[in-house]
Design a protein around this ligand. Structure first.
Ligand SMILES: O=C(O)CCC(=O)C(=O)O
Ligand SMILES: [Fe+2]
Length: 367
């Protein structure tokens, strides 16, 4: 990130203070398609989509070199079951039953990938039906348990990924998932964890996405305050009542899912890889990222802080992250629910961490 972009970003967030999500995010009437990787920089993405918090779709040229697109897909564009069986057949994977609603989600079981693939083949042979229901392999943490070397390359646009960075430092979890399933499998209406943004690539097949801008889900609540499970039910899909954006994602394409946007996703044909807690965990999460950014800033001499003009995510992004974390943490510490949490064993104390962040910001040149 360069200095000018950081100035732009900081003033963007200053302008948002005290405003409601529905006021700050005017709904676009369509989702932009980004064709060419060469002429689309990190700053372009940051200014046009990440900061305004609107979805976009990247063409398949952005994932051209992904090993999974080469090895996991047959020349006719179907999932290569033989390759998957040979390489991952015994891996135990989570499988959801899309035909059974359990609250606003689906019950899950675990099975070896080879059993899921047998089910899938049979499902196709039986004309897309099965007495076992409609099973969707979801949230398979392939990167965590086996080598994902060469399968995908992290797009530069998503290199500031606090959730995965946090989990990577703890080495216990991650938000990098593989989903796969036959046509008809789907993910119920939801927003992503912590209102994080995410991104999702189709290795093969097609997906249909329904997007609702932040705040619009309020209009969809039932009389008990519950959110819908399926927004494709006839009562919801009147676009005059609810500004829904629809996207069809083709093979190789990458969808950016902005923060706080509710969405529902249907597999029209097949397969995907995506990146994708309570208050105490949320504080631990912020703390890990904060301390890493503070360490980076400390390594830089005061002279450099004034004049460095780096072009990568480096210094400017570090300062930008610190100012964002400080703002989030400031709102956390005054939150009444957080104030009920026993923070006596938190180290550092949230207020002290906030002070450290503010002090670090004070050593940088004001914008
Ligand atoms: O592909 C799916 O079924 C769900 C994807 C999703 O919800 C996401 O990537 O955030
Ligand atoms: Fe999602």
């Amino acid at each position: 990130m360069d200095r000018e972009t950081r100035v732009f970003a900081e003033s963007h967030f200053r302008g948002l203070r005290g405003r409601l999500p529905s006021e700050v995010c005017p709904t676009p009437d369509r989702v932009d398609f980004i064709e060419k990787p060469d002429s689309f920089s990190y700053t372009d993405f940051f200014k046009s989509y990440l900061l305004p918090n609107v979805p976009c779709v990247f063409s398949s040229a952005f994932t051209e070199d992904w090993g999974s697109r080469k090895h996991w897909v047959t020349p006719s564009g179907k999932p290569d079951f033989d390759y998957l069986l040979q390489n991952y057949g015994d891996v135990v994977v989570p499988v959801a039953n899309c035909g059974v609603q359990e609250y606003n989600s689906n019950p899950k079981e675990h099975m070896p990938l080879k059993d899921y693939i047998s089910y899938w083949k049979e499902f196709i042979q039986r004309d897309y039906s099965s007495p076992r229901g409609c099973l969707y392999l979801k949230d398979w943490h392939l990167c965590r348990y086996s080598s994902a070397e060469g399968l995908f390359t992290l797009p530069v646009y998503f290199s500031s990924d606090w959730l995965n960075e946090y989990w990577d430092t703890l080495d216990v979890d991650d938000y990098r998932f593989i989903y796969m399933g036959p046509a008809g499998t789907w993910s119920p209406f939801h927003a992503d964890i912590f209102r994080s943004f995410s991104w999702s690539v189709n290795i093969c097949g097609r997906k249909k996405w329904f997007f609702f801008p932040p705040g619009q889900e309020e209009a969809l609540r039932d009389c008990h305050g519950g959110l819908p499970y399926d927004v494709t039910a006839p009562e919801f899909l009147d676009s005059h009542l609810h500004p829904v954006l629809e996207v069809t994602q083709e093979a190789g394409e990458m969808v950016f899912v902005p923060s706080g946007w509710h969405h529902q996703v249907h597999n029209l044909v097949i397969m995907k890889s995506c990146s994708g807690i309570n208050f105490e965990e949320f504080y631990q999460f912020l703390k890990v990222i904060a301390e890493r950014r503070l360490l980076l800033v400390k390594k830089i001499s005061p002279g450099e802080l004034q004049c460095s003009e780096d072009s990568g995510l480096g210094l400017q992004h570090t300062i930008f992250d610190i100012s964002r974390i400080a703002e989030v943490l400031a709102s956390v510490v005054v939150n009444p629910d957080f104030q009920r949490v026993d923070t006596s064993r938190f180290l550092p104390q949230p207020e002290d961490l906030l002070q450290q962040l503010q002090e670090a910001l004070a050593t940088t040149e004001p914008l």
